[in-house]
Ligand binder design. Structure first.
Ligand SMILES: *[C@@H]1O[C@H](CO)[C@@H](O)[C@H](O)[C@H]1NC(C)=O
Ligand SMILES: *[C@@H]1O[C@H](CO)[C@@H](O)[C@H](O)[C@H]1NC(C)=O
Ligand SMILES: *[C@@H]1O[C@H](CO)[C@@H](O)[C@H](O)[C@H]1NC(C)=O
Ligand SMILES: *[C@@H]1O[C@H](CO)[C@@H](O)[C@H](O)[C@H]1NC(C)=O
Ligand SMILES: *[C@@H]1O[C@H](CO)[C@@H](O)[C@H](O)[C@H]1NC(C)=O
Ligand SMILES: *[C@@H]1O[C@H](CO)[C@@H](O)[C@H](O)[C@H]1NC(C)=O
Length: 462
């Protein structure tokens, strides 16, 4: 007892210290897209995520095998409902939404930190260890318990950029009702405090006017302003975040004269002055334009999540490994520094785009859209990147125990080099694999994607 009391006074400080460390790590997640003919077994990917200390993942669609692999782990999930399901989710007095939540969320959260009753079981176990005075638990238990109890652990992303101009407004009428139905279904399942529904928007939902092209001029696009504000009001009442996808790469891609340094995080020499605020990178400027738009709408304190952000490694003259590394490294350092933006100081939650290259993604702009991965399709890191900001950590750890079928290897690797060349894939697919054709919606419009049934990699987990 004496020992316990003597140490007690230092504990709050230590706890605070560890809590801040935990928060640091938790602000960086990764998008795990699956529009690829060649995918690693989910168990193998989940192991790789754990090896790298990645504990937040965003999925574009509920996939039974992936969710099963994630279930029971501490990895937080943002799970999206594809746009083409929004109409269904919006109707029916919420019956379809309730069914979606039951089938795609509840059954996987049964064993996870999302489940509040499991949090309390954890707390009791912990307390027993602490009472037995097993020192190693005395710090980790209270932190684990508090973070499990108070942290929102999952998100459901209702649609993906449903108000993007390329959709011509077909989702305007269904997005808010779908959002409401999904959140109600989560609440009814007893998950409302741990799982929040949100809508990832494209950065084209807001703008700065030509006569005042600085963040403080920010406002929502006039044609959807009322609708967005209704959505924001709902999110705000429900304690849910506003999710925005930001792609500085596209600014460089679309505009030859765009100052390159500003797209990265190296624009200190040519800052943009906006009143008292000085902007040295596009990321801050984009984010603050949104914060100003929200402030104008009367929601200055809205929580923001950056749902997608990254840099491609191929398919355009500005898309290469060196630039991707430079951008992502600058981004991560910026996020982990906790400096925030001129309008809002502090941590920003982001999901990097993305884990793997996706050779079946629709090409609206160019082939770079299939090369956002920080890993090759087979789980090899493309470049070294320091995701945790941890001093000791040695770069990215690739997927372990990947095996290649010898006869496909020569086709995949020998002929095309180490990068999967998208337009050459179908030939290989036909040679090696049985494919089915399935319709998948992601980004602008409907996509035909090849989903392969037989895996190229011969792993014992399959
Ligand atoms: C669960 O999600 C998948 C993928 O989006 C979808 O195909 C399926 O219909 C969903 N289940 C229900 C009951 O809505
Ligand atoms: C949480 O786990 C308990 C069993 O430990 C289970 O009875 C309950 O239904 C689960 N709740 C959810 C929302 O998964
Ligand atoms: C959305 O609702 C409005 C008003 O009810 C209607 O006029 C409009 O046609 C609808 N749009 C779509 C795409 O369904
Ligand atoms: C990782 O990033 C942190 C913070 O930015 C830095 O202090 C550390 O030196 C980096 N570690 C490596 C191995 O590069
Ligand atoms: C490739 O391997 C599969 C499975 O071992 C085998 O059935 C097939 O005949 C092989 N194809 C070629 C071209 O060697
Ligand atoms: C696949 O792996 C299993 C188990 O390691 C092995 O028995 C089998 O021969 C392998 N098949 C091929 C085509 O390499």
């Amino acid at each position: 007892m004496l020992v316990l009391q003597a140490r007690r006074s230092t504990q709050p400080l230590l706890i605070l210290f560890f809590v801040f460390m935990c928060i640091d790590v938790e602000s960086i997640g990764i998008n795990w897209g699956t529009m690829a003919t060649h995918q690693l077994p989910p168990d193998m990917v989940v192991q790789m995520l754990k090896n790298n200390g990645i504990n937040k993942i965003k999925l574009f669609e509920a996939d039974n095998k992936i969710l099963t692999a994630l279930s029971g782990t501490d990895i937080e999930v943002m799970l999206a409902i594809p746009n083409d399901m929004l109409a269904e989710m919006s109707g029916d007095n919420g019956v379809a939404a309730a069914y979606w939540v039951k089938e795609n969320v509840t059954q996987y959260t049964y064993n996870s930190a999302v489940n509040i009753s499991i949090t309390f079981v954890y707390a009791i176990d912990c307390l027993l260890f602490v009472l037995k005075n097993q020192f190693q638990y005395r710090i980790s238990c209270p932190i684990g318990f508090l973070s499990k109890l108070y942290r929102v652990s999952w998100y459901v992303a209702v649609g993906n950029e449903p108000f993007h101009e390329t959709h011509n407004g077909i989702y305007f009428n269904v997005t808010l009702p779908a959002l409401r139905n999904i959140q109600n279904a989560l609440n009814d399942a007893g998950l409302g405090s741990k799982i929040k529904a949100t809508v990832p928007f494209n950065a084209d939902v807001y703008f700065s006017p030509d006569w005042n092209p600085v963040p403080s001029g920010g406002d929502f696009r006039p044609d959807i302003r009322d609708l967005i504000i209704q959505l924001v009001q709902y999110l705000s009442e429900n304690g849910s975040p506003f999710t925005i996808n930001i792609y500085p790469f596209l600014s460089l891609y679309r505009n030859e004269n765009f100052p390159k340094e500003f797209a990265f995080f190296d624009g200190a020499n040519m800052p943009v002055q906006d009143g008292d605020a000085k902007y040295t990178n596009l990321f801050d400027a984009y984010l603050d334009t949104l914060l100003w738009a929200l402030r104008r709408a009367g929601y200055p304190n809205m929580q923001i999540i950056v749902g997608e952000i990254g840099w491609p490694t191929d398919g355009d003259k500005h898309a290469n490994v060196a630039y991707a590394k430079r951008f992502n490294e600058g981004l991560i350092q910026h996020i982990l520094s906790g400096r925030g933006t001129p309008v809002r100081r502090g941590e920003i939650e982001i999901y990097i785009s993305s884990l793997f290259d996706e050779n079946c993604k629709i090409l609206v702009h160019g082939t770079f859209e299939r090369h956002w991965g920080i890993l090759e399709y087979d789980g090899k890191p493309k470049y070294d990147i320091n995701l945790s900001g941890n001093q000791a950590k040695k770069g990215l750890i690739g997927a372990q125990n990947v095996q290649y079928l010898s006869n496909c290897t020569s086709l995949g690797y020998g002929s095309y080099g180490n990068h999967l060349t998208p337009h050459k894939i179908p030939g290989m697919v036909l040679t090696c694999l049985t494919c089915i054709v399935r319709r998948v919606t992601r980004k602008a419009g409907t996509v035909i994607s090849l989903v392969w049934q037989k895996r190229l990699w011969n792993t014992s987990t399959e």
